[in-house]
Design a protein around this ligand. Sequence first.
Ligand code: 5GP
Ligand code: ZN
Length: 114
Amino acid sequence: MNANCIFCKIVDRAIPGDIVYEDDELLAFNDVSPQAPVHVLIIPKVHIASVNDVPEGDAIVIAKLTTCARALAKARGIDESGYRLIMNCNAEGGQTVFHLHMHLLGGRQLRGLG
Ligand code: 5GP
Ligand code: ZN
């Protein structure tokens, strides 16, 4: 738990989150400012600031985020139509919340990156 981290506060129920999935390690909740009909954030419950901070020996957490995102895409019926998974890292990557997260975006035609 990082006392200044908004996603840690959602994990701890200190602030509300529109939670769509939870297990021992992961939490998924709808983005407060959705960029597509489906816009879910999948996070590890443990505080890790960014992709840069995932210890090499713990890289399986990235696979777990992906597997969770894939299951949520299927549950929302966008697995066949398609979706996008994004992990922004640091300032030029567009990261604004420094608790590791994966965006699941879908439900409309997504255009180019950048
Ligand atoms: P980033 O730009 O760091 O990759 O993505 C952070 C995302 O978190 C943004 O899409 C933003 O809308 C979302 N976000 C920021 N604060 C909150 C919050 O308090 N609750 C929820 N559900 N999403 C948030
Ligand atoms: Zn955190």
